[in-house]
Design a protein around this ligand. Structure first.
Ligand SMILES: N[C@@H](CCC(=O)N[C@@H](CS)C(=O)NCC(=O)O)C(=O)O
Length: 277
């Protein structure tokens, strides 16, 4: 692992690191915020999965999460959204290929060799972070935005016991019925829609739900509402009587101005779960 940068931030350290990813077959970059408390021992950790076109950097510099995480003594991980670089497949569209990994393991050509973001986030990166930094891997929570909200929700519901709480900002809620989903799942997973269901938050919510609290915020003026389909997740949560809060926030759009406005709520929500018992 190589340190790209480390900056003091809210009394802790905002780092950026690269490492050779075996899973993705390329070097991957991630951001990690460690609060001051990490100098004395392992701290709980909140994962933040980003959306389309993002690198590890967008949320790290625009979400305003570090101050709230420092108040709560919580670490933040900002992974990249896909493998990158020469020799890695790509597409001219912003919503496929590099910057658009959709948190799945691709099985189809030309994506399969490198696009393994599910295994990267579920297995490889947590192992690396757990063995390298003062982070308590028994106290993990996860959040994300848009494509990253989809990733956070699907990972949380598919890995019972891993995360104590899950939240999302303007998540893609029903990708199997959206152009933010159908196109990418066809490319990465193939035409057989049976393979897609494991990556649809609304279907997973209907089938199994989440064993812990859920918080979802979406703006009423989000320019991508028809692609996000928030109503499908709200319906699935209600139908199974899932513990959680689903909010449509008046006037907000899809941007980081929206995310940073509600970041305090989300970090506080996760802190409650991470420090319970
Ligand atoms: N580029 C796309 C939109 C992509 C987009 O809104 N990406 C969101 C996540 S889905 C984002 O976080 N963009 C980066 C940023 O705002 O920093 C378009 O213009 O339609």
């Amino acid at each position: 692992m190589k340190t790209v940068s480390e900056n003091t931030c809210f009394g802790g350290t905002q780092g950026v690191y690269t490492h050779a990813s075996e899973v993705c077959g390329v070097d991957m970059t991630f951001g990690l915020f460690l609060p001051a408390e990490a100098q004395d021992g392992p701290v709980p950790v909140l994962w933040y999965l980003s959306g389309l076109t993002c690198t590890h950097e967008n949320a790290m510099v625009k979400a305003g999460a570090q101050g709230w995480a420092a108040e709560q003594g919580i670490a933040l991980v900002f992974p990249d959204t896909s493998p990158r670089g020469e020799g890695v497949a790509n597409d001219d569209a912003y919503d496929l290929g590099q910057g658009a990994g959709f948190y799945v393991n691709a099985t189809q050509s030309p994506w399969a060799p490198h696009f393994r973001m599910w295994d990267y986030i579920a297995t490889e990166l947590p192992a690396l972070i757990g063995e390298t930094f003062a982070v308590d891997m028994d106290r993990q929570a996860i959040t994300g935005h848009s494509m990253g909200g989809h990733g956070a929700l699907t990972l949380a519901m598919s890995l019972p016991g891993r995360f104590r709480s899950v939240s999302a900002f303007s998540p893609i809620c029903n990708p199997t019925n959206s152009d933010w989903g159908r196109k990418q799942f066809t490319a990465y997973l193939g035409a057989d829609e049976a393979a897609w269901a494991a990556h649809d938050a609304s279907l997973l919510m209907a089938e199994r739900g989440f064993d812990g609290p859920v918080l979802v915020d979406t703006g009423t003026k989000d320019q991508f509402l028809d692609l996000l389909r928030p109503e499908t997740l709200a319906h699935a949560m209600t139908a199974r009587r899932q513990e959680g809060t689903f909010r449509m926030q008046k006037g907000y759009d899809h941007s980081y101005f929206f995310i940073s406005t509600f970041m305090e709520d989300h970090v506080t929500f996760h802190a409650e779960a991470l420090y319970a018992d």
